[in-house]
Design a protein around this ligand. Structure first.
Ligand code: FAD
Length: 327
């Protein structure tokens, strides 16, 4: 275990040891993969020794800044987040179990590997140096795409990813030669770029996430995060909905809808947003728009078509919660 004092030292250690090394934050994903023998890095670069990467700060000009090593439980409990962007706290509190949220970090949640039984069981799939995806012909009841895949059908597992996508978050990363900001436009499909391929995100191997920023304007939106999982207290999403709505005197001036847990990346339901934007919503309009516009196309596998209906039901419920708070 290597314990760098600074971001630059961490990056240069990763640069030196390349594929043989991995950053280690909370370890909840990495150690899980190592215990199952799926990953076996020779060097763990423990970034917890770097000071000043754990913070939640807000100011009116720059908005919310979240350090990469901030724990998920801090997002859940922060008064700053609960009062300004409760949708982030709601998503955080839906993740895994309290024990995992106490150690898992925000950056680790975005970079975690996919949750596919074939990968976890050590099958020689695309993500495990093989040349095959077992999911389309195998057991695809739970964590596989309903939007098609290319090489790999595993879904992006993070619950924070769709929320941060909806909020146009900016991710700051530091590499060996430069620091860069992954802008909102690049988030989809940029950062979460799996797109059915083998890469799990757009980070260069030695790049480290240092900060996540969210603009102050989103405080004015009403946010809803809904998630359905097999075990509600402790599981990955079979489907999740992040809805942000700017509603003035019943007029839906603006709306964002991003779905999680159903595709290789978070999925932005842009056609549905268009159908709702600038309207005063009635039950009839919502039902028709959700049924017809949520997806342009779905490509469910043999056992997971039920998640298309599950998702549209969640979307309707999320809209209903904005129209009639408390429902
Ligand atoms: C039983 C169980 C249930 C779960 N349920 C959910 C769930 O419902 N929803 C959900 O979203 N997640 C869920 N998870 C996943 C969990 O949230 C992640 O394991 C956790 O967020 C990873 O964070 P970590 O800090 O522990 O990352 P680590 O395990 O330390 O790292 C994970 C990956 O991220 C890389 N990494 C870490 N930090 C950085 C950084 N700053 N820059 C670049 N790379 C970095 C590491 O190298 C590694 O590849 C579950 C996990 C388990 C074990």
């Amino acid at each position: 275990m290597l314990r760098p004092d600074s971001i630059s030292e961490a990056v240069s250690l990763h640069h030196r040891y390349g594929d043989e090394s991995r950053y280690f934050a909370g370890g909840t994903n990495l150690l899980y993969m190592m215990k199952r023998g799926v990953r076996s890095p020779h060097y763990l670069i423990d970034i917890n020794s770097i000071k000043n990467l754990n913070y939640i700060k807000f100011d009116e000009k720059n908005g919310l800044k979240i350090g990469a090593l901030t724990k998920i439980c801090q997002l859940e409990r922060s008064e700053e987040i609960k009062s300004r962007l409760p949708v982030v706290a709601d998503a955080a509190s839906s993740i895994a179990s309290p024990q995992i949220r106490n150690v898992a970090t925000v950056a680790g949640n975005l970079v975690q590997e996919v949750w596919c039984w074939y990968l976890l069981e050590g099958y020689d799939c695309w993500l495990n140096k093989g040349k095959y995806c077992y999911a389309p012909e195998g057991d695809n009841r739970f964590h596989h795409s309903i939007l098609g895949g290319n090489l790999c059908f595993a879904v992006h597992p993070s619950d924070l990813a769709p929320v941060l996508t909806a909020l146009d978050a900016r991710i700051t990363v530091q590499g060996a030669s430069e620091s860069r900001i992954i802008s909102p436009k690049q988030l989809l499909p940029g950062f979460f770029k799996r797109d059915g391929n083998v890469e799990q995100n757009a980070l260069e191997p030695d790049e480290i996430i240092t900060e996540i920023r969210i603009e102050p304007l989103w405080q004015e939106y009403t946010g809803v995060f809904l998630k359905h999982a097999v075990r509600k207290s402790f599981d990955f999403a079979l489907s999740s909905v992040t809805l942000l709505a700017l509603v003035k005197e019943d007029l839906w001036e603006d709306v964002r809808i991003v779905l999680g847990g159903i595709g290789n990346t978070p999925y932005r339901a842009e056609k549905l947003e268009e159908a709702l934007r600038g309207k005063r919503l009635t039950e009839e309009l919502v039902t028709k728009a959700v049924e017809e516009k949520t997806f342009q196309k779905t490509i469910p596998l043999v056992m997971n078509a039920y998640r298309v209906r599950l998702t549209t039901a969640l979307v309707k419920r999320a809209i209903g919660q904005v129209l009639q708070p408390g429902t």
